[in-house]
Design a protein around this ligand. Structure first.
Ligand SMILES: Cc1cc2nc3c(=O)[nH]c(=O)nc-3n(C[C@H](O)[C@H](O)[C@H](O)COP(=O)(O)O)c2cc1C
Length: 364
């Protein structure tokens, strides 16, 4: 099992949902960069179920312990390491899944791959819990990007059939991100939150779950970041977005809707504005040929409904080799997208900072 990102930045995420701790080791944070520990803790706390009544009943303080890589308030060049201790585990809730795999979860595929030796408790390493260390890494790179005038922010664009107004892909500013309505959900509109909340509570009462879409923007990204073909910005962002469990779709700019358009509708005309080349529309989502155009980078991530639902479901018994049914007990999020929002921002921050280091390496 490998959860290792091997770019200019190297990062390794370790731990299991019910092991003593989960954590991350990061190589490649430039020495001397300022570290704001309070801001990091605040960012990672946005993902925590403790602060969200729409999340799982598994509430944990998610206290970050920094073990290495920081001295006198700065990153010191040594590998950075941090852990979060798992304090609220109930392994008994999961023992059945080693032979009766949950539909929609990774119990079956992991059991085949690791011959049943994988840790099934809480999903083991294949768990939404492992996005906490991803958020530690992303929270750090978000800070480093902000120091360079690059801002990342996201909102819940859709929960089930309830939609929020999308970002204006041309005129979005840092103020737009600062003025998002932030609560247990984050939206551009005031009234969509209440409707989304009501829907999530209704599916939870119905022992079910619901999917959602998170729209993310990165502002202030200079033109010329990213490489064509295999190391394009879309490739790099995608790789990190798909590290988040539950992601099933990703679109940049106009995305799938671009397939419905003519070139004359989809092309974004260039123009000069205050001496800078900009585009009048932004169907390209800020990326052309894998390289940033200088326009806002906009992408949307689709999350499936949480697989662990409390309705009875059909499954198989891998021991008896018979068809059977499963009724899941325990504690689960009714909607993954709710708490995944900072995870999306984190993934974008890691990808963009990694791409910045390309240009530094090549003296661009
Ligand atoms: C923040 C977050 C919380 C999650 N919470 C749950 C949960 O409570 N129950 C569950 O079955 N899946 C949950 N998931 C999703 C599963 O981890 C995921 O569906 C599973 O690992 C299989 O991976 P896949 O959906 O990417 O194929 C969560 C994911 C995230 C990002």
């Amino acid at each position: 099992m490998s959860s290792f990102y091997n770019g200019n930045i190297k990062l390794s995420i370790f731990g299991q949902s019910h092991s003593p701790a989960i954590g991350v080791v990061i190589d490649g944070i430039p020495a001397g960069e300022k570290f704001d520990e309070a801001a990091l803790k605040e960012f990672v706390a946005r993902r925590s179920a403790s602060n969200n009544s729409l999340g799982t009943q598994r509430k944990e303080p998610d206290e970050i312990e920094i073990l290495a890589g920081v001295a006198n308030g700065n990153f010191c060049g040594a590998p950075f390491a941090a852990i979060i201790r798992n304090t609220n585990v109930k392994p008994g809730d999961y023992s059945e899944f080693s032979h009766k795999p949950r539909p929609g979860h990774a119990d079956y595929t992991a059991s085949v791959k690791y011959n049943g030796a994988n840790d099934f408790s809480g999903g083991g390493h294949i768990s939404g819990r492992l996005t906490a260390p991803l958020c530690i890494a992303g929270g750090i790179f978000k800070q480093l990007l902000e120091a360079r005038g690059i801002y990342i922010g996201a909102h819940h664009e859709r929960i089930g059939n309830i939609t929020d107004t999308r970002f204006d892909p041309v005129n979005i500013t840092k103020d737009t991100l600062d003025n998002l309505h932030r609560g247990e959900l984050t939206t551009t509109d005031t009234d969509s939150q209440d409707k989304m909340r009501a829907l999530i509570e209704a599916v939870r009462a119905d022992k079910d779950s619901i999917g959602g879409v998170i729209e993310c923007a990165a502002l202030g990204v200079m033109p010329g970041l990213g490489e064509p073909m295999l190391d394009g910005l879309e490739n790099r962002i995608s790789r990190l977005i798909f590290a988040i469990p539950g992601v099933k779709g990703l679109e940049f700019g106009a995305g799938f809707d671009a397939a419905l358009l003519r070139g004359s509708e989809n092309n974004d005309p260039f123009t000069y504005k205050n001496g800078r080349v900009v585009t009048l529309t932004n169907n390209h989502g800020g990326i052309l040929g894998g390289i940033s155009s200088g326009m806002p980078i906009i992408f949307r991530t689709a999350f499936k409904p949480t697989p662990s639902i409390f309705k009875q479901q059909d499954t198989v018994d891998l021991l008896t080799k018979e068809n059977t049914t499963l009724t899941i007990k325990g504690r689960h999020d009714p909607c993954i997208a709710v708490r995944a929002l900072p995870c999306v921002e984190a993934a974008a921050a890691i990808a963009l900072y990694d791409a910045l280091l390309d240009n530094a390496k090549n003296n661009i």
